[in-house]
Design a protein around this ligand. Structure first.
Ligand SMILES: *[C@@H]1O[C@H](CO)[C@@H](O)[C@H](O)[C@H]1NC(C)=O
Ligand SMILES: *[C@@H]1O[C@H](CO)[C@@H](O)[C@H](O)[C@H]1NC(C)=O
Ligand SMILES: *[C@@H]1O[C@H](CO)[C@@H](O)[C@H](O)[C@H]1NC(C)=O
Ligand SMILES: *[C@@H]1O[C@H](CO)[C@@H](O)[C@H](O)[C@H]1NC(C)=O
Length: 417
């Protein structure tokens, strides 16, 4: 679905290893069988819901410029599980406090504040410190407000952050079934979210892991995979590096300087082609783990739709419905990025029949994962490569080198019935 979004105090770089009692293996608990797509926010359908987030992201401006920090130790990268939730969201189980309370947080590279409290309440422990700062973030599709704390955050066994800055939500809207967000976007997105320290940036968990020398690099690797179950561990986050099996195949491109995409994990796609139909050349948009579908600006989308005869927008879901007679003619959708074509095959564009009802569609009908953004191109934010793209390609978010990486995986061309 969709969610987007400092340094309060200099976080001391701690060089001593984690004490034994700090190490915690986080349980992977099945999420409550919440009706994520059935809640009020989704009655209008997924597409209009996500369009609200995208339109809000498009108008983002920060309050000041970001700073970067360096460290010198070389610990190893660490990988934790990612859980697919109802086909539309990825979450991670994160511990806060000591003893830790565990929270299911949305994995969101499109926002950068980490917070808890929208489901399970914040539990203060001996490691909880108030900062006397209020925090407020609007996501286009919802918001949270509350108080900012420093607390121990356990990302996984052996990855325990001291005094990570986190929000504690006391008022919020539209976070059904989850306890908050793990914000993994660029930290510039946190500017203006604290009060009274409006010009401060909040370090993300990755920034903190790096400055506390627990990971070797400010790099996040994301492994999502097509899912055939509404609640399964089918992904992984690597803090501090990339999964070795993908390393050699990654194509890197710089984060675009074109704003507002450049505030996010924004990239330049040099050409988008549906079969032999060009949808656009040289335009910018973002890669976002917090958006479910693949969105392209409306004018580009209309070319895609026109290239699939008989396709119509389903008024209930906002999804593009494809006539059964056209299924065998679906062409590849090629995103040319960094000189390489990243291909969504016809199987990667279609919602599997087993998931159609979860998206509000009708069994026996066929829908595309590619949707219209809700506005025309030209605003420096003209596509969003969400989870359904990221389930086909490994993705890398490199704050140190200000670049995004993508790699083919064993799931790029698989099909799900
Ligand atoms: C969706 O919501 C309706 C009304 O609140 C409820 O009756 C129905 O059981 C829900 N469906 C699912 C799949 O949870
Ligand atoms: C965390 O920050 C608080 C308040 O600044 C400080 O008192 C405490 O010692 C810090 N804890 C650690 C483990 O650095
Ligand atoms: C799309 O990419 C595939 C390889 O993934 C390639 O075979 C095909 O020719 C490309 N199509 C276009 C129109 O570039
Ligand atoms: C995208 O990249 C191409 C080729 O590197 C360049 O010509 C173009 O100006 C870029 N477009 C934008 C919007 O950054």
């Amino acid at each position: 679905m969709h969610f987007l979004a400092l340094l309060l105090l200099a976080v001391p770089a701690l060089s001593h290893p984690a004490k034994r009692d700090d190490l915690l293996t986080l349980p992977i608990v099945p999420l409550s069988p919440c009706t994520f797509l059935n809640s009020t926010s989704h009655l209008l359908g997924l597409v209009p819901y996500e369009q609200q987030r995208i339109q809000s992201m498009r108008t983002y401006t920060p309050d000041s410029t970001s700073k970067s920090r360096v460290a010198d130790a070389r610990p190893s990268a660490k990988t934790i599980p990612a859980i697919n939730y109802q086909y539309v969201q990825y979450t991670a189980v994160i511990g806060v406090g000591s003893p830790a309370t565990t929270y299911n947080l949305v994995i969101d590279t499109g926002s950068s504040n980490t917070f808890v409290g929208t489901g399970k309440k914040y539990v203060k422990t001996k490691t909880s410190h108030t900062t006397n700062q209020q925090v407020y973030v609007s996501y286009g599709t919802g918001y949270f407000g509350g108080e900012e704390y420093l607390d121990q955050v356990t990302l996984g066994a052996g990855l325990v952050l001291r005094n990570q800055s986190i929000g504690v939500a006391s008022s919020f809207a539209q976070f059904p079934g989850v306890d908050g967000i793990l914000g993994l976007g660029p930290s510039i997105l946190t500017q203006g979210t604290l009060y009274p320290s409006l010009n401060s940036e909040i370090p993300t968990v990755l920034d903190t892991a790096f400055t506390q020398r627990q990971v070797p690099d400010r790099v996040l690797g994301v492994n999502f995979a097509p899912t055939s179950s509404s609640n399964s561990v089918n992904g992984a986050l690597t803090f501090g590096g990339v999964e070795e099996r993908y390393a050699a195949g990654i194509t890197y491109v710089p984060v675009t300087r074109t704003l507002p995409s450049g505030y996010y994990w924004g990239i330049n796609v040099s050409s988008l082609d549906y079969g032999r139909t060009n949808l656009f050349k040289n335009d910018v948009g973002i890669v976002d783990t917090g958006t479910t579908l693949v969105y392209i600006a409306d004018d580009y989308f209309h070319k895609y739709k026109a290239a699939i005869p008989g396709s119509t927008i389903d008024p209930i879901t906002g999804l593009l419905e494809i006539p059964p007679a056209q299924l065998s003619s679906i062409q590849s959708l090629n995103f040319s990025i960094g000189g390489r074509a990243f291909t969504l095959s016809s199987g990667a564009q279609l919602i599997p029949q087993s998931e159609v009802t979860a998206f509000g569609g009708r069994t026996g009908h066929y829908y595309s994962y590619v949707g219209p953004m809700g506005s025309d191109s030209g605003a420096g934010f003209d596509f969003v490569l969400g989870q359904k793209f990221l389930e086909r390609f490994y993705s890398v978010y490199d704050s140190t080198r200000n670049r995004v990486g993508l790699s083919y995986t064993e799931y790029t061309f698989t099909t799900t019935a």
